[in-house]
Design a protein around this ligand. Structure first.
Ligand SMILES: C[S@@+](CC[C@H](N)C(=O)[O-])C[C@H]1O[C@@H](n2cnc3c(N)ncnc32)[C@H](O)[C@@H]1O
Length: 264
């Protein structure tokens, strides 16, 4: 935030926009995705920059840690940008999302990727692991980008338990999450908000979605109990969001990545 004046002007705007967010997060995600008509770099979805640079930074870890013979499940796939990319590295990529509208959009955008498919599933629900194991034909790799940081502590715990069963002995989990250190004003300012206004993709997220948290080294140890998971790799990441400032470069959000194996 450039100065205190920016914070003071933004405070009521942020409060007003956030008051519109549906209380039930699943309803919020469904409404958000149902309202999206443009994705990709110039689109409405904040995190959907589709930057090859971000994918390249993950590729070494993914190729080094995940078994390329197993399918991969992209949990919280949104419109499937990363599912389509993963389909180039694994025999099958299955994108799952709690929002039916996200899955419909992912399907529509993936017609030219024969080994990618999509399912509407709440990945935190009882039975989700069994359902996904059946879809994958057994142990599966798991990819998550920008999902854990939008879940609360209970949802994170349920998701981790499901991922443990889904990965089994052979699968591995790769996650990349935003881990911005700072308050809400600093975060929105980092993404281009100031007293003159809030960029469209950011405004859409603030008024439609639950407030995101952050997920880094500490949260990873809390969610993926070291007694049940082996941490294979971790480090800093950069999550690239759609350009929202003059100059047209993607917005770079400090993040965290980890690769994990379920201990059986
Ligand atoms: C920040 S977006 C990231 C989308 C995608 N991974 C990407 O990076 O382009 C978070 C996604 O998680 C999905 N999501 C939230 N809660 C979920 C749940 N319980 N089960 C499955 N998906 C969920 C949302 O619908 C949304 O598409």
């Amino acid at each position: 935030m450039r100065n205190l004046w920016d914070s003071l002007v933004l405070l009521p705007t942020l409060a007003k926009l956030s008051s519109r967010v549906p209380k039930n997060p699943h309803t919020a995600w469904e409404r958000y995705w149902a309202g999206i008509s443009h994705t990709g770099r110039g689109g409405q979805v904040l995190w959907d920059a589709g930057a090859a640079s971000e994918q390249e930074r993950y590729e070494e870890q993914i190729r080094g840690q995940l078994d390329p013979a197993l399918p991969v499940i992209d949990v919280g796939c949104g419109n499937g940008t990363f599912t389509r990319w993963l389909a180039g590295m694994f025999p099958e990529a299955i994108g799952v999302d709690v929002s039916g509208s996200a899955v419909a959009r992912a399907d529509a955008e993936s017609g030219d990727v024969p080994n990618a498919r999509f399912l509407a599933v709440d990945a935190t629900a009882d039975g989700a692991a069994e359902l996904l194991r059946a879809e994958a034909g057994g142990d599966a790799n798991v990819f998550l980008r920008g999902v854990l940081h939008v879940l609360d502590a209970e949802e994170r715990a349920r998701l981790a338990a499901n991922l443990h069963a889904l990965a089994g002995r052979g699968g591995r989990v790769f996650l990349a999450e935003t881990d911005f250190q700072g308050n809400r004003f600093q975060y929105v300012a980092h993404l281009g908000a100031d007293r003159r206004g809030i960029p469209g993709p950011l405004r859409r997220a603030i008024e439609g979605l639950p407030m995101p948290g952050h997920f880094g080294r500490r949260e990873c140890r809390r969610v993926f109990d070291p007694a049940a998971w082996e941490l294979l790799a971790e480090g800093p990441a950069v999550i690239e969001a759609v350009p929202m400032k003059s100059g047209g470069a993607t917005e770079r959000i400090p993040g965290y990545f980890a690769a994990l194996r379920a201990l059986n």
